[in-house]
Design a protein around this ligand. Sequence first.
Ligand SMILES: C[S@@+](CC[C@H](N)C(=O)[O-])C[C@H]1O[C@@H](n2cnc3c(N)ncnc32)[C@H](O)[C@@H]1O
Length: 232
Amino acid sequence: MILVRLLTVVGACFLRIIKNIYSKIQKRQRSKITRRLLNQIYYQTNSMGISRSERNRLNIDTDDFIYGEIEFSSFSNILDRVQPRSNEIFYDLGCGAGKAVLSAAMNFDLSKIVGIELLPGLCQLANEKIQYARSLVGNDHFYLKKLSNIKIINDNLNHCDISESDIVFVNATCFGYTAWKKIQEKFLSLKIGSRVIVTTQSIDDDRFLYLSQRFELMSWGINSVNTYKKIK
Ligand SMILES: C[S@@+](CC[C@H](N)C(=O)[O-])C[C@H]1O[C@@H](n2cnc3c(N)ncnc32)[C@H](O)[C@@H]1O
C-alpha cells in the first residue's frame, strides 16, 4: 500500500517536471519565432524618414518629436522586469511605428495593447505593420489573438485617457521639460499597482515608487531605462 502511494507521488512529480521542461522548451521556441517575425515585419523600414517628412509637413520643430525607437533585442527584457500578467493592459505613449506595441503584444500575454501617436504617417505605418504581421502568421491562432488586441490611436497623448493601463511605456529621451511635466500629470490618473517604464527621464512624485534603473539598447545606442510603480 505504502509502495503504491510512493510510486503515485513519484510519478506525479516526474510528470510535473516533464510538463515544466516541455513548457519551457515551447516558450523558448515561441520567443525565437516571435523575434524572427518582428525582425521580418520591420525589415528595411524607414520610420525615421517618415517621422521627418511628417514633421516637415505639419511644421513641427520641437525636440519632443525627434524619432528613435526600441530594439527588439532589449525591449522584451525591459518589459519582463515589470512582470506583465495576463489580462493586463499596456500603453505606449508616442508609439511611433509601433515596434514596442507589437513586441509587447507578441511576447506577452496582455489583454489590450494601445499605442498613441500624433503623427498620422507613423500611425499609418504602425497599422500597416500590424496588417503585415497578420498576413505573416496566417492561421496561427496564438498570434492572431495577440494581434487582434492591439489598437493604435492617432492623437495627442495629452488628450487621451490612459487610466485603464497597468503598464505604461514612454520612450521619453527627447521630451523637453514641459512635455515631460504634462506626461507626469497624466500618470496621476493611473491605478495603484500600475507600472511605468521610461527612458532617460525620472518621476519625481512620492506616489510613485522607484523600482529600478538599467541600461538598455535603443535605436540610437545604450540608454537608461527607469521603472516605477504607482503606490498611492
Ligand atoms: C522616441 S519615439 C518612440 C517610438 C516608440 N515608442 C518606440 O520606442 O519604438 C517618440 C514618439 O512620440 C511621438 N510623440 C511625441 N509627442 C507626442 C504627443 N504629444 N502625442 C503623441 N505622440 C507624440 C513622436 O512622434 C514619436 O513617434
